[in-house]
Design a protein around this ligand. Sequence first.
Ligand code: HMG
Ligand code: MG
Length: 310
Amino acid sequence: MAANTLPGAVKIVEVGPRDGLQNEKDFVPTAVKIELIDRLTQAGFANIEAASFVSPKWVPQMADGAQVMDGIARRTGTIYSALTPNLRGFEGALAARADEIVIFGAASEAFSQKNINCSIAESIERFAPVAEAAKANGVRIRGSVSCALGCPYQGDVPVESVVDVVQRFAALGCDEIDIADTIGVGTAKRVHEVFEAVTKVFARERLSGHFHDTYGQALANIYAALEEGIAIFHASVAGLGGCPYAKGATGNVATEDVLYLMNGLGIHTGIDLDQVVAAGDFISRTIGRANVSRAGKALLAKQQNAIACA
Ligand code: HMG
Ligand code: MG
């Protein structure tokens, strides 16, 4: 374990509009996606994952990425990211003025096939021209390593497989790399092991933790990653989401819960928790989905009590 004290500040990447909404069964209207992103922008996020430029046959929910990116009110200093599995996706993201593109691979062969229909090696070949084009156009590039803590098809994923993909992403020139627990099976010990290994091959300050919360371990995993000196975390407002290619997986850890933790630890985020709670309430009510943020629900109940007692 790194002997670091916890970081004094972290970047929270809000992924609800993409990782969250991609999993909804009924199409979420473009105007609702835009309002959600605008509310999150106003809450102060420095990075919002706003859209995917993927095949609409594979993920129909993200088919309106261009309209979403066109309709949002951007804040200077906020990075609006978009997923791009291939050059076609990159062209869409570039035309939509994405500030950052995300190439997404996996540390598990089986998941790579299910999610992007190719092997890990083929995916890296496909990402190479995407990365080159991003560099040529001055667009930031992030690499996301799915199944870094376990795979729904393969089960255990060796730490060396994660290190291998991180090295390949590093060679492509990624500015940031996500260690993703796609199905939320990881526990704190494995988080320490994985970050200890990957920080040997990629800069600690450019690695992030992307934890889904299926087994309720995400906050413990974030704390373990903080102990490893990791200072970028992904979270989804109201705990929106799941994964279309990982049955039974729940959404990312809820943003409200992460902010509550960071506030309690005195770690700076620059984000207004009350506005995120309101955004979580807005999206949950609008799409008729349960709000699964514990902190979000508690804070909403507290507000309602205060109104009732006033
Ligand atoms: P394929 O079927 O092997 O490739 O899909 P294809 O080239 O034959 O394309 C199929 C069809 O899609 C064709 O249309 C293409 O034109 C079209 P048709 O000729 O049949 O009418 N197409 C596109 N359309 C729009 N934009 C594009 C695009 N590319 C092809 N960019 C492909 C391969 C990669 C395209 C497909 O598998 C795909 O789109 N997969 C995306 C899957 C996805 O988005 N998964 C969720 C995001 S990843 C995630 O959530 C994990 C993460 O959160 C981290 C974690 O938690 O682990 C990031
Ligand atoms: Mg995810």
